[in-house]
Design a protein around this ligand. Structure first.
Ligand SMILES: Cc1ncc(COP(=O)(O)O)c(C=O)c1O
Length: 388
């Protein structure tokens, strides 16, 4: 196996799902969002671990992402969170998926696909309460809902919305979105349309907006141990990062003062430098924006990335670290001894968010799974149901 690999700690996933379940409370279901191959962690093992830890639904972005989950024997309800083009309706029906819909034509194409297969499909009508991305505007919901209810092979199983900034320090806009959502629900009920499930909360909604824990919550990033507020979070001992990206030094060389390292010669040594080359590059998810600014852990110390990150290789300055050898471990994300580099920190250095850092870890990086181990009951943190 390549020395460059991502180690995924399924015990951490299970602990984070457990936290989501405790925050949600016994009346609210937890949908583990595993889109984009579980934010780079691997959808099938993560979905299994999440279900074992108490999640009762799975969320994906597109129907294709549900196919390997069904093939792996995952039978719980799976919601496709994004809208689909009409030609994907068959895939939704064949795999018995719940589907988010954002307009009437989508519902009609699903109705046709369901009828052709002799099934009834469950639809979740997405209401755009302020995200401004997809969904039906509140004033049109009643008309669309009535038409959906008149279709024969689909049923309106859910009403959903999505927060634009529930991670804000004062999530006031999330409150406004929730009020609009509640108003739509009331209008529909008054019109005799009762929809069994309402859901709105992503991780930030679940963590910071207790009134958003409706019938179902849809956490993603927190299940992977990253905080929706990134580095701006307060002390947050409860989320456990699940991914460690590591490699091993493939070559060590001494570079003399005045010599340069890597493409473009952006690093010129101002003194003699001991350089370690790592077999990891931007094709693996070590972003090129980390050139001359990122750090990695070697022997429990932070060392700087020097020169440009290449597609398959990255150089670090290990001067001053004694007894460095080829084969020594280098950690790009995660812990090594007492030291830690978080996905948030790597994100901040590149002007992005942990989500993108995790999703960008390339397909050629093997994922290695550390099995889920149940914690002793006494180790489970107590929660009041308020913000942790
Ligand atoms: C509709 C929907 N619900 C839930 C989530 C999960 O969000 P997060 O990863 O912020 O918890 C997403 C992710 O973007 C989403 O698009």
């Amino acid at each position: 196996m390549r020395p460059t690999r991502a180690e995924i700690d399924l015990t951490a996933i299970a602990a984070n799902v457990g936290l989501a379940c405790r925050l949600a409370g016994s009346k609210t279901g937890v949908m583990a969002v595993v889109k984009a191959d579980a934010y780079g962690h691997g959808a099938v093992p993560v979905a299994r671990a999440a279900i074992d830890a108490g999640a009762t639904w799975i969320g994906v972005a597109i129907p294709e992402e549900a196919v390997p989950l069904r093939a792996a024997g995952i039978t719980c309800r799976i919601l496709v969170l994004g809208p689909i083009p009409p030609e994907h309706a068959d895939l939704v029906a064949t795999n018995d998926l719940d589907q988010c819909i954002c307009d009437l034509p989508q519902a009609e194409s699903l109705d046709r696909a369901a009828r052709a297969q002799g099934r009834t499909l469950a639809l979740h009508l997405k209401i755009d309460t302020g995200m401004g991305r997809v969904g039906v505007r509140p004033r049109e919901v009643r008309r669309v809902a009535e038409k959906i209810c008149a279709l024969g092979s689909v049923r309106l199983a859910g009403l959903m919305t999505h927060f634009a900034e529930a991670e804000a320090e004062e999530p006031r806009f999330a409150g406004e979105q929730l009020s609009r959502f509640a108003e739509v629900t009331r209008d529909l009920t008054a019109a005799g349309i009762v929809v069994p499930l309402r859901h709105a909360a992503n991780s930030a909604g679940l963590l910071f907006v207790p009134e958003a824990r409706l019938d179902l919550v849809r956490p993603g990033i927190m299940l992977y141990g990253c905080h929706p507020r990134g580095l701006q979070r307060g002390p947050e001992p409860l989320l456990r990062p699940a991914l460690r990206l590591r490699t091993a030094i493939s070559q060590i060389k001494d570079v003399a003062r005045g010599d340069s390292v890597s493409y473009g010669r952006t690093f010129v040594a101002s003194r003699d430098v001991r350089v370690a080359t790592l077999p990891v590059g931007y094709a693996d998810g070590c972003g090129r924006l980390l050139s001359n600014r990122g750090q990695v852990l070697v022997r429990g110390h932070r060392v700087p990335i020097i020169g440009r990150v290449c597609m398959d290789m990255t150089m670090v300055d290990v001067s001053g670290l004694p007894n460095i050898r080829v084969g020594d471990e280098a950690v790009l994300i995660g812990r090594q001894g007492e030291a830690e580099i978080t996905a948030d920190e790597v994100a901040e250095a590149q002007g992005t968010i942990s989500y993108e850092i995790l999703c960008r870890i390339g397909p050629r990086v093997p994922r290695v799974y550390l099995p889920a181990v149940s914690p002793p009951t006494s180790a489970t943190p107590e929660l009041s149901g308020e913000e942790p």
